[in-house]
Design a protein around this ligand. Structure first.
Ligand code: MD3
Ligand code: FE
Length: 205
């Protein structure tokens, strides 16, 4: 359902078997040498999430994308596999939009993790101006997702994102402020056998 113009929430998009398979991909990818790490932002504070970038690396100090983990260990970023690109295209199409993804940020949230309000505006200006969406898939514990307007002071709405839900944020919503107020520990489907939450955001640079 379209919760704002350009924001499509696809409830229970992935069946439990697909969630299991995708979670295993996250674990496998995250266990590689250029796997999960804890980003430190400008000023040196650590983020509370763990991250892996695919396709291009997002530098938490410069807010720019590049080919290597230049703010961490200088390893080359892992490739974005074709089947994950296809998944993102499928989600976007279900939301009535198109994406040609070349970046995926995989985030892991432990029980205390959050993500402050921010805009996703580090992709190419042409992509953002065209309203090409960011595609998000949630796995594991339910997130308390916050979504505001295009100004930081705009009022913020809250929705829950349980495991298997997808969100497509494009068009007029592409530059909305958003974040994660926290996760509901222990709410992951028992079939997944995990504590915590994975989120995949697919982007077109
Ligand atoms: C709203 N991740 O990785 S995904 C991020 O749940 C990020 O881990 C959150 O924000 C998470 O940058 C939220 C849903 C989402 C993604 C992109 C958006 C919401 C968005 C772009 C514009 C507005
Ligand atoms: Fe974001």
């Amino acid at each position: 359902m379209e919760i704002y113009r350009g924001t499509i929430h696809l409830n229970r998009f992935l069946a439990i078997e697909e969630q299991q398979a995708l979670m295993q991909r996250c674990i496998d990818i995250g266990s590689q040498p250029a796997g999960f790490y804890t980003p430190a932002v400008r000023g040196g504070a650590y983020m509370s999430i763990k991250m892996v970038c695919l396709g291009r690396h997002w530098n938490a100090k410069t807010y720019k994308y590049g080919p290597t983990r230049s703010d961490y260990d200088n390893l080359p970023v892992q490739v974005l596999p074709e089947d994950l690109k296809d998944l993102a295209r499928r989600v976007a199409a279900n939301g009535g939009m198109k994406i040609e993804p070349d970046i995926c940020l995989m985030n892991f949230y432990g029980s205390e993790a959050r993500l402050g309000l921010h805009q996703d505006k580090d992709e190419r200006p042409e992509t953002i101006e065209a309203g090409i969406p960011v595609v998000s898939i949630s796995l594991g514990d339910t997130a308390k997702f916050m979504i505001g307007g295009t100004k930081r002071k705009d009022p913020v709405g809250r929705i829950l994102l349980p495991s298997g839900d997808a969100i497509v944020m494009g068009g007029a919503s592409r530059l909305r402020f958003h974040g994660v107020a926290g996760i509901l520990a222990g709410t992951a489907p028992v079939e997944l056998g995990i504590q915590g939450r994975f989120n995949l955001t697919f982007r077109q640079y």
